[in-house]
Design a protein around this ligand. Structure first.
Ligand code: FE2
Ligand code: FE2
Length: 166
């Protein structure tokens, strides 16, 4: 099992992209499957942003202060995704704005994941040792067990509050 933090996060990106592509392929009126796919997206994104916010970003910020601006920008991009995820979790697939909101979520998250993979992860890999990345990965696997799966869970809401008061 890979415990390198970057490998783990990229694997999660891959799974998230699969859900995005499936949603894009679903027919306009395929409400049941679109609803299920958005549920899956919500769970995947809630877990993923939690792991990055709570484990990866704080550690990188500590160890590589030169990447601080990128970390802060990433927190904000997660926050935009959190807001859309929270709104979607209260909507029905038949609602007029459901597909539009999901499309905007997909566009935002794609942009963010591309930036992480093309710009940010390579700098993190360069700056941190293999050992640190493996410890971070192991920690993520541990935290994943108790990570929130729905945006309404308290530990997920904490992110939203942090985004405003920190
Ligand atoms: Fe991220
Ligand atoms: Fe990510």
């Amino acid at each position: 099992m890979p415990t390198d933090a970057i490998v783990l996060l990229k694997d999660e990106h891959k799974e998230i992209r699969k859900t995005f592509r499936a949603f894009e392929k679903a027919g306009d009126r395929a409400y049941a499957s679109k609803g299920k796919l958005v549920d899956r997206m919500i769970e995947q994104l809630t877990v993923h942003t939690y792991l990055e916010n709570e484990v990866m970003y704080p550690r990188v910020r500590d160890l590589l202060p030169e990447l601080e601006d990128d970390v802060l920008e990433s927190y904000e991009e997660h926050h935009v995704a959190d807001v859309l995820v929270l709104e979607l979790s209260a909507m029905k697939p038949e609602d007029e704005r459901f597909t539009a909101k999901t499309t905007v979520l997909i566009e935002n998250v794609e942009h963010h994941m591309d930036e992480e993979e093309k710009e940010w992860f390579p700098q993190v890999r360069e700056g941190l040792s293999r050992k640190v990345l493996q410890d971070l990965g192991a920690r993520m696997l541990e935290v994943r067990e108790r990570a929130p799966r729905r945006p309404s869970q308290l530990s997920a809401l904490k992110k939203t509050i942090d985004a405003v008061i920190k």
